[in-house]
Design a protein around this ligand. Structure first.
Ligand SMILES: Nc1ncnc2c1ncn2[C@@H]1O[C@H](COP(=O)(O)OP(=O)(O)OP(=O)(O)O)[C@@H](O)[C@H]1O
Length: 575
């Protein structure tokens, strides 16, 4: 895992190398200071070193303390640079990986969980890395240095803290083993909370119109409480670490004072030696404390690391055939015995045994009840999902054999949910085709019946749409999305119920203009209204994941029961 993440250091590697170097110097100086202190007391004050010796050693001690401070500050700065840079690179890597995911991968993780992994989990890992850089080197260097010095000062007295180590190790092991699953639960609760926030913010208009603010508040409070209790459950174990360490430290100091004091009384140990020994004991115990803290942080970051590694290890459900064919040129489509299930394991077929032939340049309508599989069917053409069995062909070639970006550039889809991004209209339109000229953009907007309403705004194409296009109506958003798709000049264009918010008169104009704009392109229109399909050469009637009939409007009116019923019910509405 660590090996997988190391490349994320990138250009910040030098800081990660410099940090332990600086810490090494800082700690060596720190360990040296008590020894100088002891020599001041024993030789300068009590011995015959006199004032000269005391001043000389005192100055040396001050210089060493200043140098130690300087190297410590440098180490902190380098650790922060390495940690923050690592966090940025890790986040970028994960974001890039998520961009490769297919819908199936995103559905598997859920959007809320992906947000937590890219934010909270990366922050946990970044903080842990920063601390690791500092403590992972500081603690062992200090432990070894202080232990050596303590043994050098008095080997018998140093046995005291060796007695404390087994006790500390057992206590720490217990805390760590128990805390890990608790932190995992806490992070899962974070996922749910983030999903609630995200869903609420996206659907804030629905919440307000249904006056469900209180319900949403309660839902969030429940989720926040779940995070709190899971976090408390995990932290209450971890907080035991500090008192345990402190009890140990003070017991050791008392024992050292007790035994060391009697050694001083018996004149087998100098006072300066005893005071430096106490400093070393403190340093040893502080470094043990740092090690225990490091382990606790590693438990929390292990949970986050595991979740990050799941993203890195996830194989995109769709593979791009990089050596595949370039974009299709004609736009004929064939479905050969295609079946599809969203969940491969459940075998719950959403489409079953679909056989279909669409000629290049044809306009095809699709009609059918809700949940009959219309959207699923068309999403298989640009390979947004992979067929479970059977094959989809475009221009006579299996869609899997095309290069994915080439295929998707040729097949434009206007989705049922019309999404625009924050930014200007121009930015949104050119989002699918960066090099679009002004003339192309205006032509696409005219065809999509969007040009007139855009020009009514003072800033025209430079009008800011706000986040998720809050400044435009549903019908306007649909027309902008149609214009965005047209601008790509696709060979196949799919409208997934994307004119539902447009009035009939505008829709008629749109249909006429579309014919001219897309010319020879194959057009697939999913619609609920038969009137929206009046220009279709042939119409597919879908029922429960199967094609019930496929023919012209007239043929279906004469032969297909479902179509006749839909037609009659819609005619009644008109009359
Ligand atoms: N991402 C998904 N994961 C699991 N099941 C899904 C997913 N999307 C759709 N389904 C299921 O697949 C079935 C067909 O859905 P689909 O969206 O293709 O129908 P549709 O005919 O386009 O419906 P509508 O007219 O309401 O848009 C439905 O039963 C739906 O619950």
């Amino acid at each position: 895992m660590i090996r997988k993440l190391l490349p994320c250091l990138g250009t910040y590697k030098k800081y990660a190398i410099l940090t332990p170097l600086m810490i090494g110097i800082e700690v060596l100086l720190e360990v040296w200071i008590p020894w100088i202190m002891a020599s001041i007391v024993d030789h300068g004050i009590q011995g015959n070193g006199g004032i000269d010796y005391t001043v000389k050693m005192g100055l040396l001690m001050i210089i060493m303390a200043c140098c130690s401070l300087f190297f410590g500050a440098l180490a902190g700065k380098f650790a922060a640079q390495a940690g923050i840079g690592f966090g940025k690179n890790l986040r970028t890597l994960l974001f890039a990986k998520v961009q490769e995911f297919s819908f199936i991968n995103v559905d598997k993780f859920t959007t809320g969980s992906l947000v937590t992994r890219l934010t909270t989990d990366v922050t946990n890992t970044q903080n842990a890395f920063m601390l690791l850089l500092r403590l992972a080197f500081r603690a062992p260097i200090m432990l070894i240095g202080a232990t050596c010095m303590a043994i050098y000062v008095n080997p018998h007295l140093s046995l005291i803290f060796f007695a404390a180590i087994p006790f500390l190790s057992i206590a720490l092991y217990f805390i760590l083993v128990k805390a890990h699953p608790r932190f995992l639960t806490m992070l899962k609760n974070y996922d749910s909370m983030n999903s609630i926030v995200q869903e609420n913010l996206i659907n804030i208009r629905v919440v307000k119109s249904f006056v469900r603010e209180n319900y949403e508040k309660q839902k969030f409070a429940k989720s926040a409480e779940a995070v709190r209790s899971a976090q408390f459950f995990a932290e209450k174990l971890v907080i035991l670490n500090m008192p345990l360490m402190e009890i140990c430290m003070y017991c050791c100091i008392i024992a050292v004072l007790w035994f060391g004091g009697s050694l001083v009384i018996n004149s087998t140990m100098e006072i300066g030696e005893l005071s430096s020994f106490i400093s070393y004991i403190m340093q040893i115990l502080i470094s043990l404390m740092m090690i225990s803290m490091l382990m606790i942080i590693s438990v929390l970051s292990r949970a986050s690391l595991g979740r990050i590694s799941e993203i890195i290890d996830e194989h995109p459900a769709l593979h791009d055939n990089k050596a595949g064919y370039a974009a299709p040129l004609n736009g004929s489509i064939e479905f050969r015995d295609v079946s599809f299930a969203y969940d491969e394991l459940s075998q719950n077929l959403v489409l079953s045994h679909i056989n279909l032939n669409i000629k290049a340049g044809e306009t095809i309508g699709i009609i059918g009840g809700t949940g009959s599989g219309k959207s699923t069917l068309v999403q298989l053409i640009p390979r947004l999902y992979e067929t479970s069995t059977g094959q989809v062909f475009v221009d006579g070639k299996d869609v899997k054999k095309y290069r994915l970006p080439a295929l998707r550039d040729t097949v434009a889809m206007v989705l049922q949910k019309n999404l625009v991004f924050s930014g200007t209209i121009r930015e949104n339109l050119c989002w699918g085709k960066k090099d679009a000229t002004e003339a192309e953009m205006i032509a696409a907007c005219k065809a999509a019946q969007a040009h007139d309403f855009i020009m009514q705004w003072p800033e025209g194409y430079d009008t800011n749409l706000g986040q998720n296009g809050v400044n435009v109506s549903g019908g306007q958003k649909q027309r902008l999305c149609i214009a965005r798709a047209l601008l790509k000049r696709p060979r196949i264009i799919i409208f997934d119920d994307s004119t539902s918010a447009i009035d009939t008169a505008t829709e008629n104009k749109l249909r006429k203009a579309l014919k001219e704009q897309v010319q020879n392109a194959t057009m697939i229109i999913i619609a609920q209204r038969i009137s929206s399909l009046s220009d279709a050469d042939r119409i597919i009637v879908m029922d429960d994941g199967k094609i019930d009939a496929f023919g012209s409007h007239q043929e279906l009116l004469q032969t297909n029961k479902i179509y006749q019923e839909v037609y009659k019910s819609q005619q009644k509405g008109v009359s």
